[in-house]
Design a protein around this ligand. Structure first.
Ligand SMILES: *[C@@H]1O[C@H](CO)[C@@H](O)[C@H](O)[C@H]1NC(C)=O
Ligand SMILES: *[C@@H]1O[C@H](CO)[C@@H](O)[C@H](O)[C@H]1NC(C)=O
Length: 447
């Protein structure tokens, strides 16, 4: 279905398909951009000595190359203490082959890229990384400090082959962007809430082949969002993937997640709101494998961790949950199906099919449906749309629930008290699925 070409020059255009609304990624390759101009941060005052702040050099290199060219951060260790806002780029790229170590303590975003078109941020060796050293905040219980990377109003772009590690707060946010691709990423954070992996509220974005370790959002869609395709994701000890929190005036449509492997997380997929208004429509959650998670499918229109907002509830329409396999931690406490919709905004046209999950402890599991209409499991199949609650106790394992595990499932969380090692970017993110692109580092050495 996806037709990709021109790997050798690092450009991987994606033709429009049913889930996206057009092509994604930069419109010219990094090779073409570097033929135009290269702005090496070492020529703008950076020193790879792990103590000189790279901030102003990075900013100057950006200004010099933002009208067309590649900002190049060569291999080496750099201290990063003053954050940069890189604005108004055209036909540009940032090639991060070195490692940036956070030394500053301000809040905000370590790197913010905004109002930019035809942009690529990547490591040509797949070894570039940003080490946020968030544990220095977290060990004392604080969740403050900066986010690592935020893109705002960026169009026709990709972010790939980078490791984002131990963010003081969030790792990667895509805010009001368009036509983007995020792939071959390793995100590894501390074991606590508030350290989101990838948050997306944007249009026409393909996130694929990423691993997230943390204890909050894995890859999460927020409102407004449209045509988001999330594929081949390994939530390796995380919060799990989600949508939300959804508040008022929600506008989310055409969201597809497929091939999502979730291990030891809070949930396999959650849609979370409490009160609120607006719509979520056309959602497909397909090919999910879970093991050791608390919740599995968790649609919660009265999510108690969120303060109630005004409105009768967010209307969910046309949500399909298909081919989910595996096991949950304790099905009596938290059954694999929980679809709890607002009484005044009952979910419509929900389909749960080919769903086989079983409990890892005890001998039964309890599914719950509340004001949710459609077909499968405990959903009510009618069109009267009145409020109801049903719980169904399942006493024997459904056939076909067993599912593959990933060989490298994390056995123990990284915690929050000590430095988190920078991982190598994995080459497998879902059992049996081959990543769409080989690692940039592997392409470079094999060609
Ligand atoms: C329901 O959503 C799917 C995508 O998940 C879409 O293909 C289909 O057209 C939608 N159905 C309706 C009736 O809009
Ligand atoms: C999952 O996390 C563990 C702990 O870091 C690591 O050993 C393993 O390689 C990770 N899995 C992948 C695919 O990176």
């Amino acid at each position: 279905m996806f037709i990709r070409s021109l790997f050798a020059i690092g450009l991987a255009p994606l033709l429009a398909n049913a889930y996206l609304s057009g092509s994604v990624g930069p419109t010219t390759s990094a090779a073409t951009k570097s033929a135009n101009k290269v702005c090496n941060v070492l020529d703008y005052g950076a020193v790879a000595d792990k103590s000189t702040d790279i901030g102003s050099a990075l900013n100057s290199a950006w200004v010099a190359c933002r009208d067309g060219g590649v900002v190049y951060i060569p291999p080496g260790d750099y201290a990063f203490s003053s954050w940069v806002t890189l604005s108004s780029g055209k036909n540009t790229a940032i090639q991060l082959d070195g490692i940036l170590y956070r030394t500053g303590t301000d809040g905000g975003n370590m790197i913010m890229v905004k109002h930019t078109t035809n942009f690529e941020m990547f490591s040509s060796t797949s070894k570039g990384a940003i080490q946020g050293l968030g544990y220095e905040f977290h060990k004392s219980g604080s969740t403050s400090g900066p986010r690592i990377l935020r893109l705002y109003d960026v169009t026709d772009f990709s972010v790939h082959d980078l490791a984002l590690v131990d963010a003081p707060v969030f790792h990667l946010s895509l805010d009001t962007c368009q036509n983007g691709e995020v792939y071959n990423m390793a995100i590894r954070g501390g074991d606590k809430g508030g350290l989101d992996g990838i948050d997306v509220w944007s249009t026409n974005i393909w996130v694929h082949d990423v691993e997230v370790t943390n204890k909050d959002e894995c890859v999460t869609v927020k409102s407004p969002a449209k045509n988001i395709l999330v594929e081949n994701v390994y939530c390796n000890w995380s919060g799990g993937c989600a949508m939300g929190s959804l508040g008022t005036g929600v506008d989310v449509s055409d969201i597809t997640y497929r091939n999502i492997y979730t291990w030891s997380s809070n949930q396999m997929y959650m849609i979370k709101s409490n009160g609120g208004s607006g719509n979520v429509e056309n959602v497909l959650l397909e090919n999910f494998i879970g093991h050791g998670n608390a919740y599995s499918l968790d649609i919660d229109g009265a999510w108690s961790s969120m303060s109630k907002v005004s409105g009768d509830g967010v209307q969910l329409t046309n949500v399909t949950v298909k081919n989910w396999k595996g096991t949950e931690a304790n099905g009596a406490q938290r059954g694999p199906v929980k679809v709890k919709c607002a009484a005044k905004a009952p979910c419509k046209d929900v389909t749960i099919e080919d769903f086989a999950m079983w409990t890892e402890s005890g001998s039964y599991q309890v599914n719950t449906c509340e004001s949710a209409y459609g077909s499968g499991e405990c959903l009510k199949n009618s069109e009267d749309y009145t409020s109801y609650t049903t719980t169904v106790t399942v006493k024997s394992a459904p056939t076909g629930y067993s599912a593959a595990t990933m060989a490298s499932d994390l056995k123990k969380a990284f915690g929050t008290a000590s430095s988190i090692p920078i991982p190598a970017i994995p080459t497998s993110f879902y059992p049996g699925a081959t990543p769409y692109s080989s690692l940039a580092g592997a392409q470079a050495t094999s060609s």
